[in-house]
Unconditional design. Structure first.
Length: 146
């Protein structure tokens, strides 16, 4: 019997493919809401139906925006943040989104769930449970109950 090899390790998540109906409108939304901007070094990929790659300032988060007909299935993209950053994200999303993302208590983490204009789901998560809980108790989140 042949021995099954071990799975090689994964280093990190490189990027996610996101389908959008209007790439120009999506680029504006991703910049305004998530702070992701076009990666000029990869702009050539946009030719012939390739993706528009957007990234954060330090290049650790990448999304490939494909202009395609929208399909039924979606994959949630979750970003991990610190407790204080979670508080900041909550405030920021209350301003940026027509329907504010409210904190969800998962007993070991907190999450904010929202969608882009094409229905792609996103999650902002913090495992700094106590820091977020204490922020809620102190009224750090506008309109939040303790």
């Amino acid at each position: 019997m042949q021995e099954v090899p071990m799975t090689p390790p994964l280093a990190d998540i490189d990027h996610f493919h996101v389908h959008v109906s209007d790439r120009a409108a999506a680029e504006t939304w991703y910049a305004r809401v998530l702070g992701l901007h076009r990666d000029p070094s990869l702009a050539f990929w946009m030719r012939d139906g390739g993706p528009l790659v957007v990234r954060n300032g330090d290049g650790t988060v990448h999304l490939s925006l494909f202009e395609r007909p929208l399909l039924g299935g979606r994959t949630t993209i979750a970003f991990r943040v610190s407790g204080p950053a979670f508080v900041d994200w909550h405030r920021f999303l209350r301003i940026q989104l027509p329907t504010p993302a409210e904190p969800v208590d998962h007993q070991v983490s907190w999450s904010l769930y929202f969608r882009d204009p094409d229905g792609n789901p996103f999650e902002i998560t913090s495992y700094e449970y106590d820091a977020v809980r204490d922020g809620l108790r102190q009224g750090t989140f506008p309109g939040a109950a303790a």
